[in-house]
Ligand binder design. Structure first.
Ligand code: ADP
Ligand code: MG
Length: 636
């Protein structure tokens, strides 16, 4: 053996290792799924390489995974003849976590082991789960590119370091030897292994074999001490790719297990859809929605998409050409009969067939979500919406073709609810609209509280008109780009030209105009007092309990929330001009109007403007002056 080289695990790997024992306490056997899953991935990758270079298979063309136990040594070995790893690959892949955003994810852990263990679930535990049952893991691997004497031996006890050295291995592939902890010897039992392997690997297309004792004469199962017996590798799983089966023949448990294999998630999926399509286009899709959003859902480099197969042969992971960005949480496989086997990402990008497949998969995924929305168990859609709602909304901008389908899947908080729950659909809203109402009213703000308590809602509330409340980052951007749903216009109640249409009857309109004339002098006085700080002063039609509000002038689309977003993204915006709207029926405005001292009147006017700015969550130019002003009025 050559020199032994010591390496430390990446910090995040150490943290993960520290949490694993806790998180997998009640289902330790998942390590088998993870290791068999990795072996199957390694075989899929080599099979793909061999499409172009059949010679890489050499004299070992039959792919298989083998599991064997040694009761004396207390070891369990999982081996495969997949693509194997070079020394450097072993160091890189088994010492670090390559997912983007990993460091941030770990920074966000709370330090509370039981909570963090839950969170790890969305991360995928992978290879490191081996340390839950083993106090030493040895990996012997030979890459398909390497010679017999260039194999790597990787050893670790899972604490903080691993060792690598050079070794020899007769054939290509990877062998993982687990030295089981004393209390994990159940995994040496033939029956335990068989039942777990069939649970975890019936659905993968590679045969998993175990050594079986063959007795030439007798078939008496209990008689194990026969002399003439010998052992032979026998297949223990179905080895039939799950998606190729008839959906009628697949149990829910099998679907769930397969999900864990393709998604690297260890929780059950929320729902799935399995479609086999024949005809001009032939393909099978099996798509899942997870229960929980991945930690890196908003990371732009995050990989997403389906696992692509062509005629049952694995081609690539994360083929994002078949799923639009707003469905990036969908996991699963797509198996096409029409794409060429030598398809590359570049070809997929410009290929007509892949465009058709994307269309079809998008439809199916949206149908799956629509079905979930109709599920008797309401909590399922609530879960879906909480986890993925804000991503799905992006679809309104990204996917015009399916806009109406997406609209019907959206859920909002509303003034019809007493809390911030998002459970009102646009169709619910429309069905409750009074006959005279032609528009869908909504408000966007920084938080639920700010939206629900906004003075802009007052008149609508008084009239009993429902308003949808929005406060997610994506809302402002999306709502600016949609105009209507089912012939109903979307109207932001903060917009300058809030039009209540027929909700305002003739008498009200006349009253409004009368008020404007009546208060003409007051309006002018306020404008003079505030000077350049406001562009106009008007009598408001939207206020009931509040003395004043501000409306951003000019671009009606540029609401306070939008401004904040644009400014946060570093854009320079022209200084904002406001229209001040006042409520002449409010006691404060009446008091102000009665003030004869112009200097004091100016104080009142400034107060009324500053309050309006504050209520709209806009900053004050001079907060200290505002505080002084309020205090002086309080003491007056
Ligand atoms: P994941 O499977 O999600 O990538 P894992 O922790 O399960 O994460 O595995 C880490 C990496 O180690 C794999 O991506 C792969 O590169 C490598 N690896 C693990 N097991 C094998 C194996 N049996 N053969 C070849 N490479 C492997
Ligand atoms: Mg894995």
């Amino acid at each position: 053996m050559s020199e032994v080289e010591k390496h430390g695990f990446q910090t995040e790997v150490k943290q993960l290792l520290g949490l694993l024992a806790n998180s997998l306490y009640s289902n330790k056997e998942v390590f088998l799924r993870e290791l068999i899953s990795n072996a199957s991935d390694a075989i899929d990758k080599l099979r793909f390489i061999s499409l172009e270079k059949p010679e890489v298979l050499g004299d070992d063309p039959e792919f298989r995974i083998r599991v064997s136990a040694d009761k004396d040594k207390k070891t369990l070995t999982i081996s495969d003849n997949g693509l194997g790893m070079t020394r450097q690959e072993a160091i890189d892949h088994l010492g670090t976590i390559a997912k983007s955003g990993t460091a941030e994810f770990f920074k966000n852990l709370t330090g509370d082991k039981s909570k963090d263990s839950q969170l790890i679930g969305q991360f995928g535990v992978g290879f490191y789960s081996a340390f839950v049952v083993a106090d030493k893991v040895t990996v012997i691997s030979r890459s398909y590119k390497s010679n017999a004497n260039e194999a790597v031996c990787w050893v670790s006890d899972g604490s903080g370091e691993f060792e690598v050295s050079q070794t020899t291995k007769a054939d290509r592939g990877t062998e993982i030897i687990l030295s089981l902890r004393d209390d994990e010897s159940e995994f040496l039992e033939d029956w335990t292994l068989r039942s777990n392997i069939s649970k975890y690997s019936d659905h993968i297309s590679v045969p998993v074999q175990m050594l079986e004792t063959v007795k030439p004469e007798s078939d008496d199962k209990d008689d194990k001490k026969e002399e003439a017996e010998y052992t032979e590798w026998k297949q223990v799983n179905d080895a039939k790719a799950l998606w190729t089966k008839n959906p009628k023949d697949v149990t829910d448990d099998e679907y769930k297990e397969f999900y864990k294999h393709v998604s690297h998630d260890y929780q059950d999926p929320l729902t799935w859809t399995h479609n086999r399509v024949e005809g001009s286009q032939e393909y099978i899709s099996l798509m899942y929605i997870p229960q929980r959003a991945p930690f890196d859902m908003f990371n732009r480099e995050q990989k997403h998409g389906l696992k692509l197969y062509v005629q049952r042969v694995f081609i690539m992971d994360d083929a994002d050409q078949f799923m639009p960005g707003y469905l990036r949480f969908v996991k699963g496989v797509l198996d096409s009969n029409d794409l060429p086997l030598n398809v590359s990402r570049e070809i997929l990008q410009s290929n007509k067939i892949s465009a058709q497949l994307k269309k079809a998969c998008t439809k199916k995924a949206l149908q799956m979500i629509a079905k979930l929305a109709k599920d008797e168990d309401k909590t399922k859609y609530e879960t879906f919406w909480t986890q993925f709602g804000s991503v799905l909304k992006e679809g309104l901008v990204e996917d015009w073709e399916n806009r109406d389908e997406i609209f019907s899947l959206l859920r909002f908080a509303s003034t019809a609810n007493s809390g911030s729950e998002q459970n009102v659909s646009l169709d619910d809203y429309i069905s409750r609209m009074p006959e005279k109402q032609k528009n869908i009213y909504f408000i966007t703000a920084e938080s639920y509280q700010a939206a629900a308590a906004s003075p802009y809602l007052e008149t609508l509330k008084k009239k009993g008109i429902e308003v949808l409340l929005m406060w997610e980052r994506v809302d402002e951007w999306v709502m600016n780009q949609v105009t209507e749903y089912k012939d109903k216009k979307f109207i932001n109640v903060c917009s300058a030209d809030l039009d209540l249409g027929d909700l305002e009857d003739k008498a009200e309109k006349e009253e409004q105009e009368a008020k404007a004339t009546e208060n003409k002098d007051l309006l002018e006085r306020i404008k003079n007092a505030l000077g350049e700080n406001v562009s106009e002063v008007k009598v408001s039609g939207r206020l009931v309990d509040t003395p004043s509000c501000v409306i951003s002038e000019g671009n009606a689309m540029l609401t306070a929330q939008m401004r904040r977003l644009l400014e946060a993204s570093g854009q320079k915006l022209p200084e904002e001009k406001f229209v001040l709207e006042i409520n002449p029926d409010h006691a404060i405005i009446k008091k102000m109007s009665a003030e004869t001292d112009e200097a004091k009147f100016k104080n009142w006017a400034e107060l009324v403007l500053d309050q309006a700015l504050l209520a709209d969550q806009r900053g004050l130019k001079d907060p200290v002056a505002y505080v002084k002003l309020v205090n002086s009025l309080l003491l007056a």
